[in-house]
Unconditional design. Sequence first.
Length: 434
Amino acid sequence: MSITASGIELNTLTHKKSWTKTNLNDLGVLMTSVVQMSRAHEESERKSDLIKKSWAAKRNRIEDGEKMTSECPSWLALNSDRRSFSIVEERAESIRRVYELALQGIGVAAITSRANREDWPLPGSAKIWHLSRVKRLLSERKVLGEYQPHLKNKKTRIPVGEPIQNYYPSIIDENDWLRVQSIIERRAKIPRRTSITRFNFLSGILKCSCGASVTPKNIGKGLYRYYCMRKRLGQSDCLTITTEDVETAVINCLRLYDPIPHTEQKKLDSEKIEALNQKLIELKKRINRIADFIENGDEDVGDLRVRYNNLKREQNETNDEILLLKEKIAEEDLPVGSLRSESLSRLANGSNEDRQKLHTELLRAIKKISIEVDKFTFQLKVEYKDGHVGDSLSERTIKTKDRIDISKMRTLTISESSTIDELIEFQSTKSKDN
């Protein structure tokens, strides 16, 4: 009534009636509209109740072994008894290879490229592998055997209730799935520069002494130099440095401290903690979803509370398990990590896939690497996640045009990539001549 009192006209579509400030006092017509609206609401509630009962009946049939629908992931096939699925092995093997490469730190683009190059069987109707398909495979829980029922609301699919565990045959181990989610989450926080031909294994790790990120920039002829982001924005005078200088110094510095667990069990414990942390994220999502169901009254509240309490108990048990594993690792006197010092150079000088593997392992072990570039030298400071700090001082490759007045050069010519020893020798010779 306050709306019509403001001069706004309301229209009801059911019986095509217009309401204004003047005719709102017609109680007969008003009561007819109210009754119709009430009936519509009751009908909506009745349909909603029927749908809930229908899904509840289907869930009961699932407990007896019957499948809700013939639809299933493309790597499975429903058997004639309609009570079980068969795995299409050649398609499932392709998905396992996707996860195997992802666990090695290889990115989606490289996995997609290899799948097309090696002609892996496709788990679907597409003719070639696409980035979107690989991304979806690495995130969906159907590979774990989980089924999430949905209802269609016009063009939107709405999840109904909690996911059903072990509905499909599992083709990926849950710990492997959780580890992949952890890798994806870490890498998602790091900005990418797809224009760089050679994969930057220091992406998101290397920081300038001024605090800004340090990224490679193409200076032509396939050569790259590391630039402080503030310098690129014209906000600082930080010096640039060649990618070769930085990468070589980083590898040499990392060799001084081996963050590798020297026992296989220690490595397994570290990976298990990673998987359990990802499990906590998934549990929190499910707990929040049930809390929303309870608040909206979409299902029987008593049943939801039981599931909610079970998930909270599982969450507490997972936290306790993580704490015990961390205490176990802390008692060991060996450093924790997952990068063998002997493999550093091989990965750094290898293919883009090798450099992606190196990047993934650095993210595991290293918090950040700070670099301070001086006139002739640069200093690295490596902060490991286990608390260790390493540093090194290295000489730079000097750009002649930046360091020497070429007009005064006489008998000695120095190349564009002179070492500091050559520069000192040149300066000594020049002093004697003068």
